[in-house]
Design a protein around this ligand. Sequence first.
Ligand code: ZN
Length: 349
Amino acid sequence: MRNVFIKGVPHSQFVWENIGDIEAGRGTLGDSMPVLVYRLMQHTLGHTLSESVGSGKSDDFFRNAGSLAGTEYAKHVFTLSDGVDEFTEAAQRNLMEFNIGIDHISVVDRNTGCAVSAFDRGAGATAERPICKYEEGLVIGIMDTYANSRFTVSENAYPDEGNTTTGGSTMRNVFMKDIPHNQFTWENIGDIEGGRGELGVAMPVLVYRLMQYTMLDVLSKEFGSNKANDYFRDAGYLAGTQFSKHMLNLEVGLDEFIANLQAKLKLLRIGILRMEAFDRETGEIVLSVGEDLDCSGLPVTDETVCNYDEGFIAGILEAYTGKRYDVREIDCWANGDRVCRFNGKVKAA
Ligand SMILES: [Zn+2]
């Protein structure tokens, strides 16, 4: 039943509640997802933003989003009245539980904020500079909220300058000089299995949505929500194009293609895909996605929020058909529906 009395806060503004009721929304797919899917979004968004505003500014957006995420996370997950030792212990435990991968935080002086250290072992990729800006922000947000002072955190070990991490130890890889992470390539997603040791290849949907919606908040404040949505759509398009190239067989008939796509999206816990209509003459297509990763269980705000998915689907359809698609979400959890429905039309040449 649609509740017409409660109007949620728009998703362009981050509030904890907007992460949604993941358990209720994700019946069969559950509350965890592959790290690969998280990195695909994070890195394609970083690429899109870097191209548009430069990598320094893009890093700032991620740092600011991380800080917002850390602040809200601390408020909702930690007991802020804990002493330093309990807090440190709880921080480590919680971040491990949430698979964020910061496995060491130390706080020495609550008053001065000195000697905070934290490191991330979620990478398993090489880079020419520290890339974990979002995580820097996250730690800053958590520490600021706990200690009620301003912290400076900078990533100091991996995966800076070609370090790779394996099971918590640091190894410098002097042989590989990779493409910088502000430029997306499939390889830059990294060796997740190699990099994450005991944290593994899965992570909670909550952590994904926390990043996604804090980034949406930061970008909406900077550019307005339309432009922010465009960035997500462009990132999704890049992700869909690369995903098709690396994970789909594009040489099969339509039915087989859709069946394969369905299986892949389920395996990656992105959603339950159905093709509802396809016009062979015009190429127009209607697809629905149940238990959608981005929005299932979200409070109703009369919005369609799956802009990243719009781009993602457009990228996949173009990779398969060779035609440019304009894809729009017409139904979404956030506008009161129980599936996301996308209408794809071939763009005029
Ligand atoms: Zn949706």
